[in-house]
Ligand binder design. Structure first.
Ligand code: URA
Length: 194
């Protein structure tokens, strides 16, 4: 059955709004429960994601799945939706350019509107800075939670930073996921702005 989100995904699959369209294998729109109350937002697809057309399917994604299950008791298809700031892989995994982020933003806005999650977890600097409209870095942003259009936004480290950094960052992400769980249970945001 077609849903509004599935329709937008089909539309996005042919997107040529920025130069990343020329180098991608396919658009990685997002995946998960279309009426999830919990949404994760990463940076952009890597090689595995570009190959399979699904977000967070490489090592970072496996770690994310594990931590979300252990700290929140949820799996991807159960009350979770996963998306990225940019839907196409930047060549050689470089950072997305501001114009690419801007061109892709309407797709993310559509996902936020249609999934309508109660809690958004932003993974790393890109997603956290974009949605909180700040230049403050993730290490300072995390620990607090923020209001976002009537929702609660929980910034945390990108799982790739945990893969690089080990135990310290891992404990930080775990603590942030507990904050997200509390927000789902009704805890209000801890800060009013970054
Ligand atoms: N990193 C991201 O930010 N997104 C993915 O989908 C995979 C790795």
């Amino acid at each position: 059955m077609s849903t509004p989100l599935a329709d937008v995904s089909v539309e996005a699959s042919g997107c040529t709004r920025c130069p990343l369209a020329a180098s991608r294998t396919q658009v990685v729109f997002g995946m998960g429960d279309p009426s999830a109350d919990l949404m994760f937002v990463g940076e952009g697809p890597g090689a595995e994601e570009d190959r399979l057309g699904l977000p967070f399917v490489g090592r970072s994604g496996q770690l994310l799945d594990r931590l979300v299950l252990e700290e929140m008791g949820r799996r991807r298809d159960d009350g979770v939706y996963i998306a990225n700031v940019v839907k196409c892989r930047p060549p050689a995994n470089r950072d997305p350019k501001p114009e690419e982020v801007a061109a892709c933003r309407p797709w993310l806005e559509a996902q936020l509107d249609l999934v309508d999650p109660k809690v958004i977890v932003t993974l790393g600097n890109f997603a956290s800075r974009l949605l909180l409209d700040t230049t403050v870095g993730i290490t300072r942003l995390r620990v607090r939670t923020y209001p976002y259009r009537g929702r609660v936004l929980v910034p945390t480290l990108h799982p790739a930073a945990v893969l690089r950094g080990g135990g310290g960052p891992m404990a930080q992400v775990r603590a942030d996921l507990v904050r997200a769980k509390l927000a789902l249970a009704g805890d209000p945001p801890l800060a009013t702005r970054p």
